[in-house]
Ligand binder design. Structure first.
Ligand code: LUZ
Ligand code: MOS
Length: 758
């Protein structure tokens, strides 16, 4: 139980959220001459632009329109691959592709006029699905292949071989704060941009290249985001850049906020995947060989799809050791908005496939999936297919703890008894193991820096690359700095994330925000403590280095309490002209990856865990209710249980939504039909069971991460996959399954599965 005080403490951001005091882009004070921007975009999925009719808006007083031809620099926003225009030129490739922006004195006018603009197209045939695109050889890049052992020899040794298809649906990010930015022209050529982005450096770099100016002309500032979930890792760029372009042209502040319906329509989502697999077992159910082909639906441009596809290939073994493995990934170009980063970043698709393979094979073999899971779970020292050795590997410990905690054999009997002869309700359960690699798979991105300023009154200000988006990273940074300096947390403030204070940053992504920026902050605090140590060593003319530290703000030298406290030491150092500012960087140690051989040590470590799901399904309606969830999660030496428990609960709900209700449907013309919250259903508090029991696995041996704590943002999303199989277990009680596994497992789909079986 968490103490009530933990929730209401004014030290947490959530105090501001709960009292309505937190500011987001749309709440900020802006100059009175601010203009409002509204983007107009393609209404067809593929076509040639023949004519644009502005319906007279271009002739109105104080209304301005900018299109591709008004871009002074390069009309290009692609990150990994330069294949995405800011504004369409002659062709459009998806519904919602920006064609231009209209700027007016009020938001209402801007939206009214921009919605009237009519574009005439020569329509062409769009491609909607990945399999369709594959057949037409329409790719973002050449295929990626990860291989280990010998797949041909492996399959020859197998006693049982099964093959099948899997379909994985996308997911809408649905951050509470929609995309938005404010651009403020500064003196000369310079611009300041306030953006709701996970990646201020990308906003800076792309704005500069769109405008044909330098990075140092652009300052990007971020206070906090109202959620992001990956949706603002790459896709916050366009809106900030468009506001920047208009502000630069007009020499006036420009604000651009996407309304919800546009946000849902215009932005990319989690990648839908189509998957083919073949899996082979020895007589004792050990997995000998696994071959899997991923067809990733990338949408109309690369965005982060290549990196997402890599993470799919890294995680295609799930939590299992597979000696002979071949995974091929095709990034398929379609006429949908470019799909993008989303919490989990390709891993859920890979993990759903192997879990499906295990589940279906178990049914064919008439054994329980747990039997296959237990025999094949990763253990210490086993080698992943990408060459990394599993260390401090606790997935089996977590899994076994769950089976003991639940008393699985007793549960099985109870559930079987409940189900026998019950034609109305059926129960099912599933244990979902978790293995998630921590680090950007692009090694270069695993770096961060921090600027620590200590002011004359002893208060401390920290700037890092981390973006606060509700995940509590700022609090964790304050916590470790407070421990490092030995001063009260209330003395420490984390500043906005700003490209002028912290440069060349990686996005706050890959669950690594606290690891990278927390460590950089610790190093910067240590640097200042070292100066204090040197000062007292010199002062005492000691030829041995003294041990100088603060405990509760009191100075200790070589363990002995001194007269001075934090504030007086600060004053003394300033009097002696010693700098109390430090700017230090951190790079994750011991990681490397060969992108040609696809072998190496890409991850700093793995986050492990296991989750038990129990559901009751209504056989006539196709509905279900989650009865119980029990999680044992290895978060290392957890430094903040309130934050980490919140991250696990949130990821769990989002993972359950992904697997059971959040359905994205595009029609054959490429229009998003699930384009509002009346058609797109996300989990709410009633979707979650009353009984969610989360405990942390006692891992005292883990030393990496942030002071031995593990990254927690994305990994627990994977647990949600367990809900899928618990439901299948319930509705297909004891039966062989001859339908294809497709996510999400909506009530409609459950209903159809039941009636197909009957
Ligand atoms: N972003 C990225 C990510 O650029 N690389 C990654 O490996 C990653 N992983 C998870 C989430 N975002
Ligand atoms: Mo991400 S999916 O922005 O960590």
């Amino acid at each position: 139980m968490l103490k009530k005080i933990d929730y209401i403490s004014k030290d947490y951001d959530r105090y501001l959220h709960l009292t309505g005091k937190s500011e987001f882009v749309d709440d900020m004070n802006i100059p009175s001459d601010t203009m409002y921007a509204s983007v107009f975009y393609s209404s067809v999925a593929k076509g040639k632009i023949k004519n644009i009719d502005f319906k007279g808006a271009d002739k109105l007083h104080n209304v301005f329109i900018f299109t591709a031809k008004d871009i002074p620099g390069e009309n290009q926003i692609g990150g990994i691959i330069k294949d995405e225009l800011l504004f369409a030129e002659d062709e459009v490739d998806f519904v919602g592709e920006p064609i231009g922006v209209l700027v007016a004195e009020t938001r209402e006018k801007a939206e009214e006029y921009s919605k009237k603009i009519e574009v005439e197209y020569e329509q062409l045939e769009p491609i909607i699905t990945a399999r369709e695109s594959f057949l037409k050889n329409n790719f973002i890049m050449p295929p990626r292949i990860f291989e280990s052992g010998d797949i041909v020899k492996g399959f020859k040794k197998c006693e049982y071989i099964f093959e099948d298809k899997v379909e994985f649906g996308g997911q809408e990010h649905l951050y509470l704060e929609t995309q938005g930015a404010i651009a403020l022209p500064l003196e000369g050529n310079n611009l300041k941009i306030i953006s709701s982005t996970q990646n201020p450096t990308a906003v800076q770099r792309i704005t500069a290249s769109i405008l044909g100016i330098s990075n140092n002309n652009i300052e990007v500032d971020v206070l906090r985001l109202g959620g992001a979930f990956g949706g603002k890792e790459d896709q916050a760029n366009a809106w900030a850049v468009i506001a920047g372009l208009a502000a630069y042209k007009l020499k006036k502040p420009v604000k651009l906020i996407l309304e919800r319906s546009d946000d849902i329509k215009l932005t990319g989502k989690r990648h839908p995947y189509s998957i083919d697999y073949r899996i082979g077992f020895a007589k004792d159910y050990k997995i000998i060989a696994y071959e899997v082909i991923f067809y990733q639906n990338a949408g109309a441009a690369a965005d982060l799809s290549p990196a997402v596809l890599d993470r799919t290939l890294f995680h295609c073994n799930g939590s299992y050791f597979i000696p002979n493995l071949k995974a091929t990934g095709y990034s398929c170009k379609t006429n949908l908005p470019p799909n993008t980063a989303f919490r989990g970043f390709g891993a859920p698709q890979g993990i759903f496939a192997i879990e499906s393979a295990i589940f279906k094979s178990a049914r064919k073999l008439r054994i329980s999936p747990q039997k296959i899971q237990e025999i094949n779970l990763l253990t210490e020292g086993k080698v992943f297919h990408y060459g990394q050795v599993a260390k401090n590997c606790t997935v089996k410990n977590c899994y076994d703890s769950i089976t003991r905690k639940i008393n699985i054999s007793k549960k099985e009997k109870e559930i079987s008894l409940f189900n026998t002869g019950n034609t109305e309700f059926r129960k099912g359960f599933y244990i979902m193991p978790l293995t998630f690699g921590i680090s950007f798979t692009n090694t270069m991105m695993n770096q961060a820096s921090a600027l620590v300023n200590i002011y004359s009154d002893g208060s401390v200000s920290i700037s890092t690359a981390a973006i606060e988006m509700g995940q509590g990273v700022n609090y964790k940074i304050r916590q470790v700095a407070s421990e490092e300096l030995g001063i009260d947390i209330s003395k420490i403030r984390v500043e906005t994330t700003n490209t002028s204070r912290i440069a060349n940053t990686s996005p706050t992504a890959a669950s690594s925000g606290a690891d990278l920026n927390g460590n950089a902050s610790r190093i910067a605090c240590r640097e200042i403590l070292n100066r204090i140590t040197k000062y007292y060593s010199d002062k005492q003319k000691s030829n041995k280095k003294l041990r100088v530290e603060f405990k509760k703000e009191q100075l200790f030298i070589n363990g002995k309490k001194q007269e001075q406290h934090w504030k007086s030491v600060v004053t003394e150092l300033l009097m002696n002209r010693i700098s109390l500012s430090a700017h230090c960087s951190y790079a994750t140690p011991k990681i490397k990856f060969d992108k040609i051989k696809n072998k190496g040590n890409p991850f700093s470590y793995h986050t492990y865990g296991a989750a038990y799901f129990e559901v009751t399904a209504d056989i006539s309606l196709g509905t279900f209710k989650l009865d119980e969830i029990v999680i044992i999660h290895d978060g290392g030496k957890v430094i903040n249980k309130v934050i980490d428990t919140g991250q696990i609960e949130g990821a769990l709900a989002q993972g359950i939504g992904m697997m059971t209700m959040e359905e994205i449907i595009y029609d054959e013309k490429g229009n998003l039909t699930t384009n509002s919250l009346s058609k797109y259903k996300v989990p709410d508090i009633y979707s979650m069971p009353d009984d969610i029991n989360i405990t942390f696995y006692q891992n005292n041996d883990f030393e990496s991460g942030l002071k031995g704590s593990k990254a927690v943002g994305e990994p627990p999303l994977v647990y949600g996959i367990g809900a899928y199989f618990a439901i299948i277990n319930a509705i297909g009680f004891n039966k062989e399954i001859n339908y294809i596994f497709e996510s999400p497992l909506t009530n409609e789909r459950i209903f159809n599965y039941i009636n197909r079986e009957a």
